[in-house]
Design a protein around this ligand. Structure first.
Ligand code: GDP
Ligand code: MG
Length: 409
């Protein structure tokens, strides 16, 4: 999940370090030039004075010699002809060689200089501009991974608060930003409550615990209800299904099949019957027969369908569920987020189950629906079989984001 996030983080922190080194080298170079100029100025002044002195001395010497010559003028002797020695090497070649050696020396000095500056920089502070550059990339990456735009913006804003202007040790900067990012995910995701614990508390009061499932068509409501029945059975808790999807063709048969396989009683009316009445009957049945849990299946509905949203409100009003669960698909990202927001506004959901996590490679939906509704993710559906239901674990989710693993993530 969140593929490339680790790689991006690494590239980014390395870029920042590189920039700091280059900045430092430039600063040092400027200082050096300034220093050199100053030296030259002093040198020039000195040589000027020296020359003046030399000139005076020369003048004096010349005067002395002139006096000497005046005294003893000798006859001019014949001079020998001097032939210059032949040179052993070509002048041009020597110059080129010297230049190359000089250049190599300079390069070596430069590399050494960079190394020195790099090791001298031990602390890094990230400026707002540096962060802005990165935050655009981070936002894009989050959106690509099914995080809703407003949530991606919130995450980068939170990260900015955590890292801009703070001093990090150079060698720890990547790890520190990673920790900051993980903390944000931890803050955004609501800690899930223990559904089984709540059911057991209600059982102690001799009352059935009622769970209403809602969501759009095909998200996995009916399948998840069957999975929950299996889970309850393992916890020695009994349940009854309310076939309150009286709308979709074959929906009653579908839940009856699950009931048969799992040995769970199904309360059903005719197709087209009032779903609230089916739920109500199932609760009465549970009360009478000391059944611990009532699982109410409902027809899938879009939040834009006003009549159907009014219908689910009515079911909630009549059945007074202890927990209202929204079912969304992990793979749908923005859509699931919008659905969750609208169901939450209409009936006030208590928790979320995300199905099809087994075919989701991105992972951002959990973050988005959690942040938008401020409700916990309770379970993840991880396949079509009854045992493919996992309790949502925040730490496991953070681990799965792949920030800790090797380069392949
Ligand atoms: N891969 C996968 N498929 C699932 C999961 N949950 C449900 N499904 C499949 O999604 C389809 C729709 O499920 P269903 O329970 O009928 O959805 P409903 O319309 O919300 O009741 C079925 O084919 C299920 O087998 C899951 O966690 N993983
Ligand atoms: Mg269904």
């Amino acid at each position: 999940m969140f593929s490339k996030l680790k790689e991006k983080l690494k590239n980014w922190t390395q870029e920042i370090i590189k920039k700091k080194v280059v900045d430092e080298v430039e600063k040092k170079a400027k200082e050096e030039i300034k220093e050199k100029k100053k030296e030259e100025k002093v040198k020039k002044k000195l040589t000027k004075e020296k020359k003046k002195e030399e000139k005076e001395q020369k003048k004096k010497k010349e005067e002395k010699e002139a006096e000497k010559i005046q005294e003893e003028i000798k006859p001019v002797e014949t001079h020998e002809l001097i032939i210059p020695e032949k040179k052993e090497f070509d002048e041009e070649e020597r110059k080129i060689g010297e230049q190359i050696i000089e250049d190599i020396k300079k390069e070596e000095e430069k590399a050494g200089f960079f190394k020195k500056v790099f090791s001298k920089i031990t602390k890094i502070k990230i400026s707002e501009e540096e962060f802005e550059e990165y935050s655009k990339e981070l936002e894009m990456l989050l959106i690509e991974n099914n995080v809703a735009l407003e949530v991606a913006e919130k995450i980068t804003e939170m990260l900015k608060e955590k890292i801009v202007g703070k001093e990090f040790l150079k060698k720890e900067i990547e790890a520190q930003i990673k920790f900051a990012f993980e903390d944000i995910i931890r803050e955004i995701l609501i800690e899930p409550f223990d559904l089984i614990e709540k059911i057991k508390l209600k059982k102690a009061e001799n009352k059935p615990y009622v769970i209403l499932f809602c969501g759009i068509n095909g998200t996995g409501k009916t399948t998840t209800i069957a999975k929950i029945a299996k889970l309850l059975n393992a916890e020695k808790l009994s349940c009854v299904f309310a076939a309150a999807d009286t709308f979709r063709a074959a929906s009653i048969e579908q839940i009856k099949q699950h009931g048969e396989k799992l040995n769970v009683k199904v309360i059903a009316h005719e197709y087209g019957a009032d779903p609230a009445a089916v739920g109500f009957d199932a609760i009465k049945y549970a009360e009478k027969n000391k059944i611990n849990v009532v699982l109410i299946d409902t027809a899938g509905r879009m939040y834009t369908e006003k009549n159907l949203m009014a219908q689910i409100s009515k079911i909630a009003k009549i059945c007074k569920p202890d927990t209202k669960i929204f079912l969304g698909e992990s793979v749908t990202g923005n859509d699931a987020t919008e659905q969750a927001r609208n169901f939450n506004e209409t009936i006030g959901i208590d928790g979320i189950i995300l199905s099809k996590a087994d075919i989701d490679e991105k992972g951002g939906t959990a973050l988005s629906v959690g942040y938008i509704t401020k409700k916990p993710i309770l379970f993840l559906g991880t396949g079509q079989e009854y045992d493919k239901l996992e309790s949502f674990d925040k730490e496991k989710f953070i681990e799965k984001l792949g920030l800790n693993k090797g380069e392949e993530n």
